[in-house]
Ligand binder design. Structure first.
Ligand SMILES: Cc1ncc(COP(=O)(O)O)c(C=O)c1O
Length: 450
């Protein structure tokens, strides 16, 4: 098929996710191939995949081992479900995940995606409390600007007004507190207050009605927001005070992204439930997982009452086979350790971009970093909403044209996000910064900032 045919068929028939599809859309990137840290479009143009294709392709593109694992599994047993039965790869993967996960995180429920894992977690915490004799505990506290998925339950936890508004009313009992971003807070602000906001909200809602708190170790939306020192330890204490479960949404932050198999390991806290997806198979095939502690599983064991939830494809044999092969690759190539070894190389290169007068903040952890762009570096004055929207479109286009895929975002500020494959190193970081520096300088010029 000719390239132009692909374009016109796409524009005629394909409905893109989260993409304005009016008449102004006359062309879109059609990515046809991937290898290592790079992807190629139908014209043969090469792009450095600085976002691991939506924070997914942790082991890089074109790994034959994963394709082979999928093919072998499809030949052996293409499909059997996890309803009242099991298949070997689901068993092996559940055991492998349990062996890697710290502490009592020993029970794995498979889902099909990150949003589906969070949807499952919402139902799990509700049923857990009902079985434990606290039937009123149904509410979940999440953070502003956080993204937890788009199904109606997960969307209710998502704290981004623009993508919630068209679908309201949402699930009752989803509440939001400020996220942990410290950049731009007023001088003298006590960052300890950020965790205390969770306690205040629990008290406001009534502790007997609150089932869980959900947070990412490093919040993606809003621009790679790491926790202040001691934040998660305090949130854990607050959860324990009120018998509230702590869900760590590690759809992005697990599988080496922060230098550990699980994101919470980096910050030394103990969640009751971890949700994950993306990097578990490096997205060679979809999967999601909810990992629960023995304590969360206990009322289901003790009562023999089923978790009344499931779907056809959660823990698909081919997905679980690919996940096992993916984890094996990560272990063989010591990818989490590699991230810890090279994360400072990434950070220092990105920090060199403070020379560009619109770079206000560089933050993140592991291979997960954001630049926050501002009108005034000194006062931290943010760009107006209009300018932020303009930057999102123009800078994204400019970077793509120069061969770098990253995310230019307008949620919670003007943000540029980077999450390269974990096989990347100083050479790719030089290339990333070599493209970012002139593109950001041009953006500063366009905004009239010298
Ligand atoms: C933190 C987080 N949670 C949940 C999701 C939803 O995952 P999915 O798109 O696989 O449903 C995402 C997606 O980017 C995410 O970043």
């Amino acid at each position: 098929m000719l390239t132009s045919d692909s374009q016109s068929l796409a524009l005629r028939h394909l409905w893109l996710h989260f993409t304005p599809m009016g008449d102004k859309l006359t062309e879109l990137p059609i990515i046809v191939r991937g290898e290592g840290c790079y992807v190629y479009d139908e014209e043969g143009r090469r792009y450095l995949d600085g976002l691991s294709s939506l924070f997914c392709v942790n082991v890089g593109h074109g790994r034959r081992e994963l394709a082979a694992a999928a093919a072998a599994q499809a030949e052996e047993l293409a499909f059997y479900s996890n309803w009242s039965a099991a298949h070997p790869r689901a068993v092996e993967l559940a055991a492998k995940i349990s062996s890697l996960a710290p502490g009592e995180l020993n029970r794995v429920f498979f889902a099909t995606s990150g949003g589906d894992a969070n949807e499952s977690a919402i139902k799990l915490v509700r049923q857990y409390h009902k079985l434990s004799g606290s039937p009123l505990k149904t509410k979940i506290i999440a953070r502003r600007e956080a993204y937890h998925g788009t199904s109606l339950g997960a969307l209710s936890l998502t704290g981004i007004t623009a993508i919630r508004a068209p679908f309201e009313p949402l699930l009752p009992g989803a509440c939001h507190v400020p996220n942990a971003k410290t950049y731009g807070l007023p001088e003298g602000y006590d960052v300890g207050e950020l965790a205390e906001a969770v306690r205040e909200r629990i008290l406001f809602e009534g502790p007997e009605t609150v089932a869980a708190v959900i947070m990412e170790p490093v919040q993606n939306s809003g621009g790679c927001i790491p926790p202040p020192e001691g934040y998660f330890q305090r949130v854990r204490e607050i959860c324990d005070e009120f018998d509230v479960l702590l869900i760590s949404d590690e759809v992005i932050c697990a599988w080496g992204r922060l230098g550990y198999f699980f994101g919470h390991e980096r910050y030394g806290y103990s969640p009751d439930i971890v949700t994950t997806a993306k990097g578990l198979t490096s997205a060679y095939i979809p999967i999601g997982a909810v990992i629960a502690t023995d304590r969360v599983f206990e009322p289901f064991r003790a009562s023999s009452y089923p978790f009344l939830h499931g779907n056809t494809f959660g823990g698909h044999p081919v997905s679980t086979a690919v996940a096992l092969a993916n984890i094996e690759l990560m272990e063989q190539e010591e990818l989490p350790q590699r991230v810890l070894h090279h994360e400072d190389d990434l950070r220092t290169r990105l920090e060199s971009l403070y020379e560009v007068p619109i770079v206000g903040d560089v933050r993140g952890a592991g291979y997960f970093y954001a630049l926050e762009l501002v009108r005034d570096q000194r006062t931290k004055e943010p760009f107006s909403r209009r300018d932020t929207a303009k930057l999102r479109v123009t800078l994204q286009r400019d970077l793509m044209k120069a061969g770098l895929i990253c995310r230019v975002d307008d949620r919670g500020g003007s943000i540029v996000e980077l999450a390269p494959p974990l096989i990347a190193g100083p050479e790719e970081f030089d290339e990333i910064v070599g493209i970012l520096r002139p593109a950001l300088t041009r953006a500063a010029d366009r905004m009239g900032i010298a």
